[in-house]
Design a protein around this ligand. Structure first.
Ligand code: 13P
Length: 269
């Protein structure tokens, strides 16, 4: 019996000592009824070994959070509940916004911050991203901070500068004990929703640049604890190429995570 329990525990990557995190960003898709079906199907498809391999977080639209929280609780699912965004203030006159404490109250554990779609369509600046990171930590949740270069920046050879400056802006104010708990999602903007992912060597280079910021600010110990995800056109057929890299600790998956079968295949890849 004890052995079975042990088998079901989340295990770190033996090569890095870091816990893997595979996340589904549903974006503005799946209403709460569709979300219930999707998560039930996903839970049916996932085996204990999958939950030992990686922590799995689902980031649905806000309106799905409460029903999914109830379902995860009542069925004792091992899926972590995530959000796609939050406001940086705790409460107040911010019509249409949702605060970090409201999310924490729903057992949300991970919040995506600074996704390129929010930076682009909702004018989120580095300063706003930084304030949101602070808000997520204040509510004892984990921020998944998205960074990535545009096609133009890549073509001009500015990729690493861009990544370093986005990461630095989002984390440099943190105490080391919080810095090491950050998750950074490297999502090249040109790879998002395009069907063309970055090459594994590009993801590796991006991860090296990202980790170097933590090393410069807090040293090796902190840098080696930070987890880095790759996101941008991840599918069942290319997921393993990224997960094999020692620098990459997980994936942030968009469209391929909407279908539970394809998301399960990504986790099992
Ligand atoms: P796609 O997987 O659809 O390219 O989206 C990636 C993404 O933006 C995840 O946050």
């Amino acid at each position: 019996m004890a052995k079975v329990k042990h088998d079901m525990e989340l295990r770190p990557n033996p090569r890095t000592g870091r816990y893997r995190l595979i996340s589904a960003n549903w974006k503005m898709n799946l209403n709460h009824l569709e979300a219930i079906q999707a998560i039930q199907k996903l839970n049916f498809l996932l085996r204990p070994a999958d939950y030992s391999y990686a922590e799995i977080s689902i980031h649905p639209p806000f309106t799905d959070l409460r029903p999914l929280q109830l379902l995860i609780d009542s069925d004792r699912m091992r899926i972590s509940l995530g959000a796609q965004n939050c406001h940086f203030e705790t409460s107040g006159a911010y019509t249409g916004e949702i605060s970090a404490p409201m999310l924490a109250k729903l057992n949300v554990t991970h919040v995506i911050v600074g996704h390129s779609e929010r930076r682009q369509y909702f004018c989120e600046s580095d300063e706003i991203v930084r304030a949101k990171v602070e808000a997520v930590f204040r509510s004892q949740m984990t921020p998944i901070i998205c960074v990535g270069e545009s096609r133009d920046e890549r073509e001009k050879g500015l990729t690493e500068d861009r990544l370093r400056s986005q990461v630095d802006a989002a984390v440099s104010f943190l105490a080391p004990e919080l810095a090491e708990r950050c998750v950074i999602a490297y999502e090249p903007i040109w790879a998002i929703g395009s069907g063309v992912s970055a090459k594994p060597e590009d993801a590796h280079q991006g991860a090296v640049a990202i980790r170097s910021v933590f090393e410069a600010l807090w040293g090796n110990d902190v840098a080696n604890k930070v987890r880095i995800q790759y996101g941008g056109s991840v599918h069942p057929t290319n997921a393993a190429d990224f997960m094999e890299l020692d620098d990459i600790d997980g994936l942030l998956v968009g469209s391929a995570a909407l279908d539970p079968e394809s998301f399960a295949r990504i986790i099992q890849a």
